[in-house]
Design a protein around this ligand. Structure first.
Ligand code: CU
Length: 117
């Protein structure tokens, strides 16, 4: 009688441990989306003007100005269309490095994405 009860307790405990392990694994797989970062465009300024991200990060620029802007890489790696108010542009930075960009309509507007592992 006592022995049977112990077995049952052991089974319940190992079931519980299994459930915890399973939920940990599913949390780990779920908690690994592609990293993302955001730059807003406000008052003719990229915010933040210098942004450091990990390789593989998708950076999304959103134009918060009433004026159209663009996001153009100095090395030509990416170039947005003209972004009207509320429009977005995204680019994924796969490799480490320092990537300068500017607005082709207002070239004094500049920013840098630093990709560092
Ligand atoms: Cu602009």
């Amino acid at each position: 009688m006592t022995r049977g009860f112990k077995m049952l307790t052991f089974q319940a405990a190992s079931l519980a441990a299994g459930a915890v392990l399973m939920s940990t694994i599913s949390a780990m797989t779920k908690a690994a989306p592609a990293p993302a970062a955001a730059v807003s465009i406000d008052n003719f300024t990229f915010k933040a003007p210098v942004l450091t991200v990990k390789p593989g990060t998708m950076v999304t620029w959103t134009n918060g100005d009433d004026i159209p802007h663009t996001v153009v890489a100095k090395d030509g790696a990416f170039k947005s269309k003209v972004l009207d108010t509320g429009d977005r542009f995204s680019f994924t930075f796969a490799k480490p490095g320092q990537f300068g960009y500017f607005c082709s309509l207002h070239p004094h507007m500049t920013g840098t994405i630093i990709v560092k592992a």
